[in-house]
Every structure is written in structure tokens, then in C-alpha cells.
Ligand binder design. Structure first.
Ligand SMILES: Nc1ncnc2c1ncn2[C@@H]1O[C@H](COP(=O)(O)OP(=O)(O)OP(=O)(O)O)[C@@H](O)[C@H]1O
Length: 252
């Protein structure tokens, strides 16, 4: 499982995380929720090594990942998508997804320049992996399209395919349903559940869409002002008075 304890992050005078705790059981679809500014994206950035934590620890399957650089975290099988999409707009869908296979390649720069047969073989294998991820998210028809002109819902799937192309064991999705239409949200739910099943993944998502979260997650952590205020099943957190207060405010 993913076990995060006591994460603390300051931005100047702002305490973005203040002892945040989270567990995501192996094989679960877990969610991290909370009002705007609660610290959810900062939390993801700490887990994936983009931000340094002032204090606390991150462990996956008992292995300490605290303070590792992003590429070392990725090498442990943690892969993510970004809230504001991080795609190369002038490249095609396939080229973007291929970028996600990076951690699986062994060739490196010198062998790449020499174009050895083993390098060409590896490129072919990584191409197959990228194509399989594109097919898996239903984007076969867009494989060679430049990402630039594609609709938002399609771009979100490209991000998902890129994250899958690294063959992750833990998939972190930052607001996967954000900006999607009603029917796209429903399709995305089915897609994520099918991917989890097929790949035996653990999924942790940050999300504001409560219908989406409550209908698909096994385990939910609620954060407010950088602190974890509740954790448990969808039913348990929904009826937790601290959670109700965080979303609706204290009764007058
Ligand atoms: N790079 C930064 N520099 C300064 N303050 C930041 C930075 N990133 C986040 N913050 C602040 O830290 C707090 C937590 O922000 P964060 O984006 O992690 O919240 P969030 O829960 O993801 O919000 P949202 O749901 O709106 O995306 C906020 O008060 C935010 O303004």
C-alpha cells in the first residue's frame, strides 16, 4: 500500500501541508478529496518527488520514497497525470505516449546515437507498449494526430495513456474528471475500473466530482487546510461531521 505520514510543506507563510496522512490500500481505487486549496495537488507533488517535504515520509509497499527525485519515484512504478495537462502540443498522440515509456528503456544516449540493433529492437518494443496504451484508452483513431487540435476530453485520455505507458503499479490521477461532460465522466469511470482490473493496479485520484468519487472508490481520504480530517469508506466519510463542516461550513 501507499503510506504517507505527517507531510509538511510551507510556501513562505502558507502551510500547504500540515502533517497530512494518507493510506491507499494495494489494489484499491482510492481518492484524496477536500475543498479548494486544501493541499491535494501539493500532496501529489510531494509523493511524486516534484516538491521536497519539510517533514514526514512516503512509502510504497514498505519502501521509503521520501525525498527521491521524480525519475527515481517513477522507477518504483509510480506514474501520474496532471491537473493542467502536461502534453507536448506539437507532437502526435503516439509521440506523447511514447514519452511515457521512458523508464522502461535501457538504451541511453550513446547507444541511441550509435543506432545499434539492440537499440532499434528496444524502440520497436517501446512502440508496441505505447500503441497498446493508446488502444487501451480508446484512442486508436487519433494515434498519428497532433495533440494540439484535439478536444479536451481526448487530451485527458492521452495523459492517461502516457501514464499507463510506463507500466505503473500505482497510478496517481490529478482531477481526471475535471472539465469532462456527464457522459465522458461515466465512460472514464468504466475505463479506470477496467484498467485497474486488467493491470491489477492501485489507483489514487484527486477529484472534486463527488458523484465520480463516491461511485467508484473503495477508500477516501479527506483533507482541509493541509491536514487529514477523515479517512475511510465512501459511506463513512460522507457522514463524518468534520467532512460535512469542511464542505458546508460550521452550523450557525
Ligand atoms: N507554488 C506555490 N506557491 C505558493 N503557494 C502555493 C503553491 N502551490 C500551492 N500553494 C498554496 O498552497 C495551498 C494548497 O494548494 P493546492 O494547490 O495543493 O490545493 P488543492 O487542494 O490542490 O486545490 P484545488 O482543489 O483548488 O486544486 C493553497 O493555499 C495554495 O494557494
Amino acid at each position: 500500500m501507499l503510506e504517507v505520514r505527517n507531510l509538511t510543506v510551507h510556501f513562505g507563510g502558507v502551510k500547504a501541508l500540515d502533517g497530512a496522512m494518507l493510506t491507499a490500500p494495494r489494489g484499491s481505487v482510492s481518492a484524496l478529496i477536500g475543498p479548494n486549496g486544501a493541499g491535494k495537488t501539493t500532496f501529489f507533488n510531494c509523493v511524486t518527488g516534484l516538491y521536497r517535504t519539510g517533514a514526514g515520509s512516503v512509502a510504497w509497499e514498505g519502501k521509503d520514497l521520501t525525498g527521491l527525485q521524480p525519475h527515481h519515484v517513477a522507477a518504483e512504478g509510480l506514474s501520474r497525470t496532471f491537473q493542467n495537462l502536461a502534453l507536448f502540443t506539437s507532437l502526435t498522440v503516439r509521440q506523447n505516449v511514447l514519452a511515457g515509456t521512458h523508464r522502461l528503456g535501457k538504451a541511453g544516449f550513446p547507444r541511441g546515437v550509435l543506432r545499434l540493433p539492440s537499440t532499434r529492437r528496444e524502440e520497436k518494443e517501446l512502440g508496441h507498449i505505447a500503441d497498446a496504451a493508446i488502444d487501451e484508452v480508446g484512442l486508436s483513431a487519433f494515434r498519428d494526430e497532433p495533440v494540439g487540435g484535439l478536444p479536451y476530453g481526448t487530451l485527458k485520455r492521452v495523459e492517461l495513456a502516457r501514464a499507463l505507458a510506463s507500466d505503473p503499479v500505482l497510478l496517481l490521477l490529478d482531477e481526471p474528471a475535471g472539465g469532462l461532460s456527464h457522459s465522458e465522466v461515466d465512460e472514464l469511470r468504466e475505463l479506470i475500473l477496467a484498467i485497474r482490473e486488467r493491470r491489477e493496479l492501485t489507483v489514487l485520484l484527486v477529484e472534486h466530482h463527488m458523484g465520480f468519487v463516491m461511485s467508484m472508490c473503495d477508500h477516501i481520504t479527506v483533507m482541509n487546510f493541509g491536514r487529514t480530517i477523515a479517512e475511510g469508506s465512501p459511506a463513512a466519510v460522507q457522514s463524518d461531521p468534520a467532512v460535512v463542516e469542511a464542505y458546508l461550513g460550521a452550523p450557525a
